[in-house]
Design a protein around this ligand. Structure first.
Ligand SMILES: NC(=[NH2+])NCCC[C@H](N)C(=O)O
Ligand SMILES: [Mn+2]
Ligand SMILES: [Mn+2]
Length: 305
């Protein structure tokens, strides 16, 4: 982006239908409150806040959709509604020459962000997450769609039809998971059998963040027009990011996370970005939202000096 001012459009997706715990629907407010727009303006970015996409209110929940037995997806109708709207917004934002910055919401919103980002282009994806998000309604132990978006996007599994959830311009060969440490049984097999590239926390232990993230970005850029970066805040260790619904010990540190997102900026390949799974109810003084904000700034070019 040398010499060109980047315009970032913030798009809130205030939904928690994909998660087991309520509260991530307040993620967009918490991240905005942490000063996202100002921090990005300070590094010379033009910021447009496009507001939130409409999401069905919790009071309108279909109680039956919540009590489906495991092995099925909960709230698929609501998830589909949000994803479809979000996909349109992301695609329009890109068509206008702006960079979409999506604020979740639980990770099911990625179905919308990535299908939108991959509508008129070939994209790669880097998925910073403790989890694989590779379950399907048939394999999920919980029925929570936030554990399934990557499978949905790659056309794996049956999601109330697949076309709405399938990202046309995304190939599994261009997907890299980074930081895995909590994967379910069938999900594990599915990831191993898929052409996606998965870097676990053990890979990070052995090789260090810079090498792993460079490889992930290579995977996502080969033959693509740009990269979607999906940052699930539970990627970080719960000591740094307590405000998430599915915390897992042994995550990356504060510095590792910044180094990773600085590498994203350096790659000059970022097409769309999302920050998901911030749960203000479980947070401590909004520190997870503040961290999400800082990491977005690093991904968009903020440097120490
Ligand atoms: N985006 C997330 N936080 N995903 C957590 C998924 C947890 C678990 N693997 C499940 O499928 O239910
Ligand atoms: Mn996760
Ligand atoms: Mn996730």
């Amino acid at each position: 982006m040398d010499g060109v001012t980047r315009t970032v459009q913030i798009i809130g997706a205030p939904t928690d239908y994909g998660a087991n715990r309520r509260g991530v629907d307040m993620g967009p407010s918490a991240i905005r409150y942490a000063g996202l727009a100002d921090q990005l303006r300070q590094i010379g970015i033009d910021v447009v806040d496009g507001g939130d996409i409409p999401a069905p209110r919790a009071e309108e929940r279909d109680p039956e959709a919540e009590t489906l037995a495991s092995g099925r997806a909960k709230f698929l109708r609501e998830t589909r509604q949000v994803a479809t709207r979000l996909a349109d917004r992301v695609a329009e934002t890109l068509a206008a020459g702006e960079t979409p910055l999506v604020l979740g919401g639980d990770h099911s919103v990625a179905i919308g962000s990535v299908t939108g980002s991959a509508r008129d282009a070939r994209v790669g994806a880097v998925w910073f997450d403790a989890h694989g998000d590779f379950n399907t309604p048939a394999t999920s132990p919980s029925g929570n769609v936030h554990g399934m978006p990557l499978a949905a996007l790659l056309g794996v599994g049956e999601f109330d039809g697949v076309e709405w959830a399938n990202a046309v311009g995304l190939d599994a060969e261009n997907v890299a998971l980074v930081g895995l440490r909590d994967v379910d049984g069938d999900e594990r097999r599915a990831i191993r059998d898929s052409p996606v590239t998965a870097f676990t926390m053990s890979d990070i232990d052995e090789r260090g963040i810079p090498a792993v993230v460079d490889d992930a970005l290579d995977v996502a850029t080969v033959g693509t027009d740009g990269v979607h970066v999906s940052l699930d805040l539970d990627w970080l260790d719960p000591r740094e990011a307590p405000g998430v619904g599915t915390p897992v010990r042994g995550g990356v540190t504060y510095r590792e996370a910044h180094a990773a997102l600085e590498a994203v900026a350096e790659c000059d390949c970022l097409r769309s970005l999302e920050l998901v799974e911030v749960n203000p109810i479980l947070d401590e003084h909004n520190e997870t939202a503040a961290l999400a904000t800082e990491l977005a700034a690093s991904a968009l070019g903020k440097q120490i000096l």
